[in-house]
Design a protein around this ligand. Structure first.
Ligand code: PGA
Length: 258
């Protein structure tokens, strides 16, 4: 079945809102009314108010990079779902490897966030992926399955198709060493199989599964042309509006060749 491909940019801790404004102007000039690929920009929280205005009339969607599983309360430094929803976030990245490894988020916490996001009508971009050590020990599938199944544990069948999963091998993130398209396709096929067992085949066929890790305008085509890969989650290369637009264009070109 044809799933709409996604090009999602994760800015991580980059760009002030002033820099985001300059980016938005340049990027929107390229995007115009292009809707063949779903484009998602995930800036730091501080740029959401400005970008929600600048992007309002465009096809570009907004995502946050994290949120808390509770809806309000004494959680100093955290952000609630209503606070990102207020600024038109249709998506939220959850369980990114930097959150798991630097900030010690557990799969169980990520699962709580996934559930809360869906309750608020925000689609989670749930990130999963193994470290180099885990890959070398042959543990890729068990690690990915654990992160995935705990992440979607409390997701009801009727909301499951709103999930987006990103397979991001930790060793490929920010290293310039992307996975091979064949390896990414294999793990993503495995993820779809697990989703099919957890939900059902129809639902699993609707869930978009992305690849992330050192995606560039030069290599994106080879990934997204693969039948199981429904787009990319892009860090470094999304920080430049010209490069990110090229990634969108290449994603579209691949969609014509699938
Ligand atoms: P990268 O980051 O494209 O810079 O490797 C990807 C990510 O962390 O989502």
């Amino acid at each position: 079945m044809a799933r709409t491909l996604i090009a999602a940019g994760n800015w991580k801790m980059h760009k002030t809102s002033q820099e985001a404004s300059v980016y938005a102007e340049a990027f929107l000039n390229s995007v115009g009314n292009f809707r063949q690929v779903e484009i998602i920009v995930c800036p730091p929280f501080t740029s959401l108010p400005l970008l929600s205005q600048k992007l309002a009339a465009s096809p570009v969607k907004l995502g946050a990079q994290n949120m808390h599983w509770e809806t309000k309360g004494a959680f100093t430094g955290e952000i609630a779902p209503a606070m990102i929803k207020e600024f038109r976030c249709d998506y939220v990245i959850l369980g990114h490897s930097e959150r798991r490894h630097i900030f010690r988020e557990t799969s169980q916490e990520v699962g709580q966030k996934v559930q809360t996001a869906l309750n608020w009508g925000i689609s989670p971009i749930l990130c999963v992926g193994e470290t180099l050590e885990e890959r070398e020990k042959g543990k890729t599938e068990s690690v990915v399955a654990e992160q995935l199944l705990q992440g979607v544990d409390a997701v009801p069948l009727d909301k499951a198709s709103h999930l987006v999963i990103a397979y991001e091998p930790v060793w490929a993130i920010g290293t310039g060493k992307a996975a091979t398209p064949a390896d990414a396709e294999e793990v993503i096929g495995f993820i779809r199989e697990k989703l099919s067992q957890k939900f059902n085949r129809d639902v699993a066929q609707k869930i978009r599964i992305l690849y992330g890790g050192s995606v560039t305008p030069e290599n994106v085509f080879e990934f997204v042309v693969k039948p199981e890969i429904d787009g990319t989650l892009v860090g470094g290369a999304s920080l430049d509006p010209g490069k990110f637009w090229k990634i969108v264009e290449e994603t579209y070109r691949a969609s014509q060749n699938k």
